[in-house]
Design a protein around this ligand. Structure first.
Ligand code: NAP
Length: 179
């Protein structure tokens, strides 16, 4: 089976992915003079498409940079009526239950999916739909903000598949779902 749902995300020490104002500039709080990508390019090369929540989509749209993804991006939203014209061949609105959403994406031939956005990742975890998580920890306590993890109906076991340290400050753990 080639289908896989992966998370690749950075959190604070206290498990937040954005601060109380939705800010993510603390992600760059450790000097990175040589722009070490911490495995991101290798990871993104291994996926077929992204599934992201509307908030993360709008955050990326707000960055003053070119669209950063070369793979199709499926945006989960009930509120958004359409993808802005500027991005209509890059991002696609998708809705429904996660089972329906995944079936629609798989039908198009995309099997290895990068799941992004706090609420989105939580909703996938609630339905035990995440196969692996690559979690990068920035050594900062934010004290509040958007949590990566929320309540779950059941405990989920993961096993550590690898662990790396970057810039002598940042740890990255690769967890695989243990069933
Ligand atoms: N630290 C990092 O590496 C990292 C990575 C990614 C994002 N971020 C930050 O984290 C924050 C993410 O925000 P967030 O937690 O609100 O999460 P999000 O998952 O990006 O967006 C949540 C929205 O996605 C839509 N959504 C999610 N699941 C859905 C479903 N099953 N069906 C339909 N729509 C669904 C809903 O949109 P509607 O309200 O439109 O229905 C929901 O309000 C942002 O500030 C972002 O910048 C940080």
């Amino acid at each position: 089976m080639n289908k896989k749902n992966s998370v690749f995300i950075a959190t604070s020490l206290d498990g937040f992915i954005a601060d109380e104002n939705g800010g993510i500039d603390w992600l760059n709080s450790i000097p990175n003079p040589e722009n070490n990508d911490m495995g991101y390019v290798e990871f993104i090369n291994g996926i077929d498409a992204l599934v992201m929540g509307r908030t993360t989509f709008e955050t990326v749209l707000g960055f003053d940079v070119d669209w950063p993804y070369s793979k199709p991006v499926f945006v989960l939203s009930n509120k958004l009526k359409k993808i802005p014209e500027s991005h209509k061949d890059k991002a696609y609105l998708i809705k429904g239950s996660l089972t329906e959403v995944l079936a629609k994406i798989h039908e198009k031939g995309y099997e290895k999916l990068y799941i992004d956005g706090g609420t989105t990742i939580s909703s996938f975890l609630k339905e035990d739909l995440i196969d692996e998580m690559i979690l990068t920890t920035i050594p900062i306590l934010l004290g509040g903000g958007s949590s990566l993890f929320g309540e779950l109906p059941n405990k989920l076991n993961f096993e550590l598949a690898g662990s790396k340290t970057f810039l002598n400050q940042i740890t990255q753990n690769h967890y695989k779902r243990k069933k």
